[in-house]
Design a binder for this molecule. Structure first.
Ligand code: BG6
Length: 491
């Protein structure tokens, strides 16, 4: 495994701990080595020392045998990865490691670098013959988002990659798909007989997807101010959740069969007219406030953020899917920084039953049933329904049936990257984004971004740090008598 950008944060926080966990679970063979590449001058020994420190700092339980196994096989090559010269040295070094570790020439290249370098790295790998698959070995490249910043740049990037790599060799990672509960959406829908029959417009009133974060932009102001909440979270993470929730059953779990169905969902999202952008999208930016009892500066006061920035840190959208299963069922999405609580969930709200049977009882309204797939911080699935409150009168209360992952399966150490790295090494691309999915995602958000750009917001900041976002987001729901779902406050 060659990691470009080996001195960066991703390598330290996710990739190294994930490799360590994979080995501990018996999923990494002895014929394996890691070669880090970055600009900094370091020796193999110095990189090993860093990796050792990173493993000490991460939350994973220690395992000295596994730690020394990994440290022994970490190597380093320094150089400017934008320059061709590095790749000649890389080819020699990788060739030596192939021989030493008997890897049979199978290479995984991880691009943990700035996105502007993706095309150049792949082009150089191609030029020195490191990307070509021949003699039965494989060469695969993992790329981290952002995959472009709009439809045009995404297409351009895809074209650059395609000059060197087959789609089969290209693994666009979305770390949301590394989360167990996200992977479980398909198992839940298609591995059970009782949910699929009601999973459609006849029974479902609407779907909500929330990914609220407590964190602000921290030290990522430079990146984030160029990106904003929409580009950072929507066409990638949230669209993955929508497509898994709304897709038709694939013909098999084959990577392309699953991704074909996901792509169809994204293509079915009804395009926004400019007028609909104004009615069905909400953007926000946080002002100062208090998050979990701690004062938070306004977004405009964060490091590397211009003081008059108009970048959004919150988005809410109302979408419709133009297909038979979902016609007229609204999908509401929302995500934001510096909000009340960190929670990611998908809430499926069912239609209300008719009230007439209860006409002569104290019951004035019925609560709709709600199925919630809780993704974080708790991994769970809950179903709410009405039950009779004990007593002589017919009164109804809402109760919850809840399955928590940890109660059944315990807690397993995971950075979320283990499964994705493993799948890439074994050639399973199901949990990775294909080029057409990426482009379909950008095509949906493009008209919204265009209108937003043409009409800069005048009311920013429009929500307080530590709140649930701008009032307009609540109105987006309440206009039709609906409300955002929040997990109940913990007592
Ligand atoms: C990243 C975004 O892709 O996902 C971040 O760039 C965001 O801004 C993060 O905080 C959220 O991931 P998670 O796993 O914490 O929900």
């Amino acid at each position: 495994m060659v990691i470009f950008g080996a001195s960066g944060d991703l390598t330290k926080r996710k990739l190294i701990p994930a490799l360590f966990n994979l080995r501990r679970s018996g999923l990494l063979p002895d014929n394996f080595a890691v070669l880090g590449v970055a600009r900094q001058e370091l020796s193999d020994e110095e990189l090993r020392q860093r990796v050792d420190d990173d493993l000490t700092a991460c939350d994973e339980p220690d395992d000295p045998k596994c730690r020394s196994w990994l440290l022994e096989r970490v190597y380093y090559l320094s150089g400017d990865i934008g320059q061709r010269e590095v790749y000649d040295r890389l080819a020699t070094r990788v060739g030596e490691l192939d021989a030493q570790y008997k890897t049979e020439g199978n290479h995984l290249y991880y691009l943990a670098t700035a996105p502007k370098l993706f095309a150049a790295v792949v082009q150089h790998l191609g030029a020195v013959g490191l990307a070509a698959e021949a003699d039965g070995h494989w060469r695969r490249v993992i790329i981290e988002k952002p995959f472009g910043r709009d439809l045009e740049s995404a297409r351009e990037l895809n074209q650059h990659l395609a000059k060197v790599l087959g789609e089969r060799q290209t693994y666009r990672i979305d770390h949301y798909l590394g989360k167990e509960t996200v992977q479980n959406i398909m198992a839940f829908r298609f591995g059970n007989g009782i949910f699929e029959p009601v999973w459609n417009r006849r029974y479902i009133d609407h779907v909500q997807i929330t990914a609220s974060e407590e964190v602000g932009v921290e030290l990522r102001g430079g990146y984030y101010d160029e990106s904003g909440a929409m580009r950072d979270m929507v066409p990638n993470h949230l669209f993955q959740l929508i497509s898994l929730t709304a897709m038709e059953p694939p013909t098999s779990f084959d990577a392309n069969a699953v991704r074909d169905e996901q792509t169809k969902v994204l293509r079915a999202i009804a395009p926004y007219t400019p007028e609909e952008v104004l009615r069905r999208s909400v953007r926000g930016q946080y002002g100062e406030g208090t998050v979990r009892g701690v004062h938070r500066d306004a977004y405009r006061g964060e490091p590397n953020v211009p003081p008059a920035s108009t970048t959004e840190t919150f988005v809410a959208l109302k979408l419709y899917l133009d297909n038979w299963r979902w016609a007229d069922v609204p999908f509401f999405l929302r995500t934001g920084k510096s909000m009340t609580r960190r929670e990611t969930h998908i809430s499926i709200q069912f239609r209300q039953p008719p009230l007439m049977l209860f006409r002569d009882t104290p019951v004035e309204h019925l609560q709709p049933n709600r199925l919630v797939i809780h993704i974080q911080p708790d991994e769970a699935i809950s179903l709410s329904f009405g039950a009779k409150i004990p007593g002589p009168q017919l009164r109804l209360g809402t109760v919850d049936m809840r399955f928590a992952y940890k109660d059944y399966f315990g807690e397993r150490p995971s950075t979320g990257y283990e499964r994705l790295l493993y799948d890439c090494m074994t050639g399973d691309a199901t949990l990775f984004q294909r080029s057409d999915m990426v482009e379909a995602g950008w095509a949906v958000v493009a008209p919204i971004l265009d209108v937003w750009k043409a009409l800069p917001p005048r009311d920013f900041p429009n929500y307080e740090a530590g709140s649930w976002g701008p009032r307009d987001a609540d109105e987006l729901m309440s206009r039709n008598g609906r409300a955002w779902y929040h997990t109940p406050d913990k007592k």
